[in-house]
Ligand binder design. Structure first.
Ligand code: SF4
Length: 285
Protein backbone atom coordinates (compact mmCIF):
# COMPACT_ATOMS: atom_id res chain seq x y z
CA UNK A 1 0.00 0.00 0.00
CA UNK A 2 1.28 3.47 -0.90
CA UNK A 3 1.88 5.74 2.09
CA UNK A 4 0.69 9.38 1.82
CA UNK A 5 2.31 11.86 4.21
CA UNK A 6 1.67 15.59 4.70
CA UNK A 7 4.72 17.71 5.53
CA UNK A 8 4.12 19.04 9.03
CA UNK A 9 6.34 22.08 8.37
CA UNK A 10 4.30 23.25 5.33
CA UNK A 11 1.42 25.69 5.47
CA UNK A 12 0.90 29.30 6.52
CA UNK A 13 3.84 31.30 7.87
CA UNK A 14 3.14 33.34 11.01
CA UNK A 15 2.48 36.57 9.02
CA UNK A 16 -0.20 35.01 6.82
CA UNK A 17 -1.70 33.03 9.73
CA UNK A 18 -2.03 36.24 11.77
CA UNK A 19 -3.81 38.10 8.93
CA UNK A 20 -6.17 35.20 8.15
CA UNK A 21 -7.07 34.71 11.82
CA UNK A 22 -7.80 38.43 12.19
CA UNK A 23 -10.00 38.38 9.07
CA UNK A 24 -11.86 35.25 10.22
CA UNK A 25 -12.53 36.81 13.68
CA UNK A 26 -13.82 40.06 12.16
CA UNK A 27 -16.07 38.18 9.71
CA UNK A 28 -17.49 36.08 12.54
CA UNK A 29 -18.50 39.32 14.29
CA UNK A 30 -20.50 40.17 11.17
CA UNK A 31 -18.70 43.44 10.39
CA UNK A 32 -18.48 44.44 6.68
CA UNK A 33 -14.88 43.62 5.83
CA UNK A 34 -12.94 44.64 2.73
CA UNK A 35 -9.46 43.68 1.60
CA UNK A 36 -7.42 45.43 -1.09
CA UNK A 37 -6.45 42.51 -3.32
CA UNK A 38 -6.48 38.84 -2.34
CA UNK A 39 -5.53 38.33 1.31
CA UNK A 40 -3.26 35.43 0.34
CA UNK A 41 -1.94 34.11 -2.98
CA UNK A 42 -4.07 31.04 -2.69
CA UNK A 43 -7.36 30.97 -4.55
CA UNK A 44 -8.95 28.24 -2.39
CA UNK A 45 -8.32 30.13 0.87
CA UNK A 46 -9.40 33.45 -0.67
CA UNK A 47 -12.62 31.80 -1.78
CA UNK A 48 -13.24 30.43 1.74
CA UNK A 49 -12.98 33.98 3.13
CA UNK A 50 -15.14 35.44 0.34
CA UNK A 51 -17.79 32.86 1.27
CA UNK A 52 -17.61 34.10 4.88
CA UNK A 53 -18.37 37.61 3.59
CA UNK A 54 -15.00 39.24 2.85
CA UNK A 55 -15.09 41.55 -0.15
CA UNK A 56 -12.01 42.02 -2.29
CA UNK A 57 -11.65 45.50 -3.76
CA UNK A 58 -9.09 47.45 -5.80
CA UNK A 59 -7.29 50.59 -4.58
CA UNK A 60 -9.59 52.69 -6.80
CA UNK A 61 -12.65 51.51 -4.86
CA UNK A 62 -11.42 52.69 -1.44
CA UNK A 63 -13.50 55.86 -1.59
CA UNK A 64 -16.70 53.92 -2.47
CA UNK A 65 -16.93 51.64 0.56
CA UNK A 66 -18.07 51.87 4.15
CA UNK A 67 -16.72 49.52 6.83
CA UNK A 68 -13.41 48.04 7.88
CA UNK A 69 -10.52 47.73 5.45
CA UNK A 70 -7.92 45.06 6.11
CA UNK A 71 -4.33 45.45 4.93
CA UNK A 72 -2.89 42.03 4.17
CA UNK A 73 0.52 40.67 5.22
CA UNK A 74 2.20 42.11 2.05
CA UNK A 75 1.73 45.65 3.33
CA UNK A 76 0.76 48.86 1.52
CA UNK A 77 2.53 52.04 0.37
CA UNK A 78 1.95 55.32 2.29
CA UNK A 79 -0.51 56.48 -0.38
CA UNK A 80 -2.99 53.71 0.56
CA UNK A 81 -2.86 54.81 4.23
CA UNK A 82 -3.69 58.37 3.12
CA UNK A 83 -6.62 57.13 1.02
CA UNK A 84 -8.01 55.14 3.98
CA UNK A 85 -7.81 58.21 6.23
CA UNK A 86 -9.44 60.40 3.55
CA UNK A 87 -12.28 57.89 3.10
CA UNK A 88 -12.80 57.73 6.90
CA UNK A 89 -12.50 53.92 6.95
CA UNK A 90 -11.63 51.80 9.97
CA UNK A 91 -8.25 50.18 9.35
CA UNK A 92 -7.26 46.68 10.39
CA UNK A 93 -3.57 46.73 9.55
CA UNK A 94 -2.33 43.14 9.23
CA UNK A 95 0.95 44.01 7.49
CA UNK A 96 3.39 41.28 8.53
CA UNK A 97 5.82 42.62 11.20
CA UNK A 98 8.74 41.42 9.03
CA UNK A 99 7.48 43.47 6.05
CA UNK A 100 6.74 46.48 8.26
CA UNK A 101 10.34 46.45 9.54
CA UNK A 102 11.64 46.15 5.97
CA UNK A 103 9.52 49.14 4.90
CA UNK A 104 11.06 51.20 7.73
CA UNK A 105 14.61 50.15 6.82
CA UNK A 106 14.05 51.03 3.16
CA UNK A 107 12.59 54.41 4.10
CA UNK A 108 15.66 55.24 6.22
CA UNK A 109 18.12 53.95 3.62
CA UNK A 110 16.41 56.00 0.92
CA UNK A 111 16.80 59.17 3.00
CA UNK A 112 20.54 58.38 3.26
CA UNK A 113 20.80 57.71 -0.49
CA UNK A 114 19.21 61.10 -1.21
CA UNK A 115 22.05 62.82 0.66
CA UNK A 116 24.75 61.13 -1.43
CA UNK A 117 23.00 61.01 -4.82
CA UNK A 118 22.73 57.24 -4.43
CA UNK A 119 20.28 54.62 -5.69
CA UNK A 120 18.05 52.34 -3.72
CA UNK A 121 17.56 48.94 -5.34
CA UNK A 122 14.94 46.33 -4.54
CA UNK A 123 15.41 42.80 -5.83
CA UNK A 124 11.77 41.79 -6.36
CA UNK A 125 8.90 41.40 -8.76
CA UNK A 126 7.60 44.59 -10.39
CA UNK A 127 3.95 45.13 -9.45
CA UNK A 128 3.94 42.59 -6.60
CA UNK A 129 1.93 43.99 -3.67
CA UNK A 130 4.85 43.77 -1.21
CA UNK A 131 7.19 45.44 -3.71
CA UNK A 132 4.67 48.26 -4.32
CA UNK A 133 4.60 48.83 -0.54
CA UNK A 134 8.42 48.94 -0.44
CA UNK A 135 8.78 51.22 -3.47
CA UNK A 136 6.25 53.56 -1.84
CA UNK A 137 8.75 54.19 0.98
CA UNK A 138 11.04 55.86 -1.56
CA UNK A 139 8.57 58.23 -3.24
CA UNK A 140 8.45 55.60 -6.01
CA UNK A 141 12.13 56.23 -6.80
CA UNK A 142 13.51 52.77 -5.95
CA UNK A 143 14.85 50.73 -8.87
CA UNK A 144 13.29 47.27 -8.96
CA UNK A 145 15.62 44.51 -10.17
CA UNK A 146 13.70 41.41 -11.22
CA UNK A 147 16.74 39.34 -12.23
CA UNK A 148 20.42 39.57 -13.02
CA UNK A 149 19.42 40.71 -16.55
CA UNK A 150 18.10 43.99 -15.12
CA UNK A 151 21.45 45.32 -13.90
CA UNK A 152 21.69 47.72 -16.84
CA UNK A 153 19.18 49.87 -14.90
CA UNK A 154 21.94 50.73 -12.41
CA UNK A 155 24.37 53.64 -12.60
CA UNK A 156 27.50 51.99 -11.18
CA UNK A 157 29.27 55.31 -10.70
CA UNK A 158 26.78 56.26 -7.93
CA UNK A 159 26.34 54.74 -4.41
CA UNK A 160 23.98 51.77 -4.13
CA UNK A 161 21.93 50.18 -1.34
CA UNK A 162 20.25 46.87 -2.16
CA UNK A 163 17.32 45.17 -0.38
CA UNK A 164 15.23 42.11 -1.34
CA UNK A 165 11.54 41.29 -1.41
CA UNK A 166 11.03 38.85 1.50
CA UNK A 167 10.12 35.87 -0.69
CA UNK A 168 12.95 36.08 -3.23
CA UNK A 169 15.46 33.29 -3.70
CA UNK A 170 18.60 34.05 -1.58
CA UNK A 171 20.87 32.23 -4.07
CA UNK A 172 19.73 34.55 -6.86
CA UNK A 173 20.28 37.50 -4.52
CA UNK A 174 23.89 36.33 -3.92
CA UNK A 175 24.54 36.26 -7.69
CA UNK A 176 23.18 39.80 -8.06
CA UNK A 177 25.34 41.02 -5.16
CA UNK A 178 28.46 39.45 -6.73
CA UNK A 179 27.73 41.05 -10.09
CA UNK A 180 27.14 44.52 -8.58
CA UNK A 181 30.34 44.19 -6.50
CA UNK A 182 32.20 43.49 -9.72
CA UNK A 183 30.97 46.63 -11.48
CA UNK A 184 30.39 49.13 -8.68
CA UNK A 185 32.68 52.19 -8.64
CA UNK A 186 31.13 53.78 -5.54
CA UNK A 187 29.91 52.54 -2.14
CA UNK A 188 27.68 49.45 -2.22
CA UNK A 189 25.64 48.20 0.74
CA UNK A 190 23.42 45.14 0.57
CA UNK A 191 20.93 43.54 2.94
CA UNK A 192 19.64 39.99 2.75
CA UNK A 193 16.05 40.75 3.68
CA UNK A 194 14.59 37.45 2.45
CA UNK A 195 12.30 36.00 5.10
CA UNK A 196 13.56 33.10 7.20
CA UNK A 197 9.99 31.72 7.23
CA UNK A 198 10.53 30.95 3.54
CA UNK A 199 14.28 30.37 3.29
CA UNK A 200 14.28 28.22 6.47
CA UNK A 201 11.80 25.93 4.77
CA UNK A 202 14.03 25.25 1.75
CA UNK A 203 16.36 22.69 3.44
CA UNK A 204 13.43 21.08 5.28
CA UNK A 205 11.28 20.72 2.18
CA UNK A 206 14.26 19.34 0.24
CA UNK A 207 14.73 16.72 2.93
CA UNK A 208 11.00 15.88 2.87
CA UNK A 209 10.99 15.64 -0.95
CA UNK A 210 13.98 13.28 -0.82
CA UNK A 211 12.11 10.88 1.51
CA UNK A 212 9.24 10.19 -0.91
CA UNK A 213 8.90 8.56 -4.35
CA UNK A 214 6.54 11.32 -5.56
CA UNK A 215 5.85 14.82 -4.27
CA UNK A 216 2.60 16.69 -4.77
CA UNK A 217 3.24 20.35 -4.00
CA UNK A 218 0.12 22.44 -3.29
CA UNK A 219 0.32 26.16 -4.02
CA UNK A 220 -1.29 29.15 -5.70
CA UNK A 221 0.00 29.97 -9.18
CA UNK A 222 0.47 33.65 -8.19
CA UNK A 223 2.50 32.86 -5.06
CA UNK A 224 6.20 33.79 -5.15
CA UNK A 225 7.13 31.58 -2.22
CA UNK A 226 5.31 28.65 -3.84
CA UNK A 227 7.65 29.05 -6.84
CA UNK A 228 10.73 29.06 -4.58
CA UNK A 229 9.62 26.05 -2.52
CA UNK A 230 8.42 24.01 -5.51
CA UNK A 231 11.77 24.63 -7.20
CA UNK A 232 13.48 23.27 -4.05
CA UNK A 233 11.28 20.12 -4.19
CA UNK A 234 12.09 19.62 -7.86
CA UNK A 235 15.84 19.92 -7.16
CA UNK A 236 15.55 17.21 -4.55
CA UNK A 237 13.02 14.96 -6.31
CA UNK A 238 12.34 15.17 -10.05
CA UNK A 239 9.00 13.44 -9.52
CA UNK A 240 7.54 16.62 -7.98
CA UNK A 241 4.22 17.95 -9.27
CA UNK A 242 2.55 21.31 -8.67
CA UNK A 243 -1.22 21.46 -8.05
CA UNK A 244 -3.54 24.21 -6.86
CA UNK A 245 -6.47 21.93 -6.03
CA UNK A 246 -7.31 18.20 -5.73
CA UNK A 247 -8.86 18.24 -9.27
CA UNK A 248 -5.38 18.71 -10.77
CA UNK A 249 -3.99 15.42 -9.44
CA UNK A 250 -3.05 12.99 -12.20
CA UNK A 251 -3.44 9.26 -11.44
CA UNK A 252 -0.53 8.49 -13.79
CA UNK A 253 1.94 10.03 -11.30
CA UNK A 254 1.43 7.05 -8.98
CA UNK A 255 2.67 3.97 -10.83
CA UNK A 256 3.55 0.56 -9.33
CA UNK A 257 7.09 1.65 -8.44
CA UNK A 258 5.79 4.40 -6.12
CA UNK A 259 6.18 3.53 -2.43
CA UNK A 260 5.23 6.83 -0.80
CA UNK A 261 3.73 10.20 -1.74
CA UNK A 262 4.61 13.41 0.10
CA UNK A 263 2.19 16.33 0.13
CA UNK A 264 3.64 19.72 0.95
CA UNK A 265 2.98 23.37 0.17
CA UNK A 266 3.86 27.04 0.38
CA UNK A 267 3.67 29.56 3.23
CA UNK A 268 0.42 30.70 1.60
CA UNK A 269 -1.14 27.20 1.39
CA UNK A 270 -3.76 26.36 4.03
CA UNK A 271 -3.36 23.05 5.86
CA UNK A 272 -6.99 22.13 5.07
CA UNK A 273 -6.18 22.20 1.34
CA UNK A 274 -3.16 19.90 1.79
CA UNK A 275 -5.43 17.53 3.75
CA UNK A 276 -7.99 17.59 0.87
CA UNK A 277 -5.20 16.83 -1.63
CA UNK A 278 -3.82 13.98 0.52
CA UNK A 279 -7.32 12.48 0.84
CA UNK A 280 -7.86 12.72 -2.93
CA UNK A 281 -4.53 10.92 -3.53
CA UNK A 282 -5.45 8.22 -1.02
CA UNK A 283 -8.60 7.49 -3.04
CA UNK A 284 -6.51 7.01 -6.20
CA UNK A 285 -3.67 4.82 -4.92
S1 SF4 B 1 6.78 34.99 4.33
FE1 SF4 B 1 7.75 36.07 6.03
S2 SF4 B 1 7.51 38.22 5.49
FE2 SF4 B 1 6.06 37.12 4.23
S3 SF4 B 1 4.18 37.13 5.41
FE3 SF4 B 1 5.24 35.23 5.94
S4 SF4 B 1 6.41 35.75 7.80
FE4 SF4 B 1 5.80 37.67 6.83
Amino acid sequence: MIKVEIDKYSGFCFGVKKAINAATDLLQNGAPLYCVGDIVHNEAESERLRNLGMKVISHDQLSDINGTILFRAHGEPPLTYSKVIEAGLKLEDQTCPVVLKLQQRIKQAYQQMLKVNGQLLIFGKIGHAEVNGLVGQTDDQAIVIESINDLSKIDFSRPIELFAQTTKNPDELKLIIKEIELHSKASFGWHNTTCKQVTGRVPRIKEFAHLHSVIVFVGGIKSSNAKVLFHACKESNVQSHFVSSPDEINKEWFNDAVRSVGVCGATSTPMWLMVDVAEAIQKLV
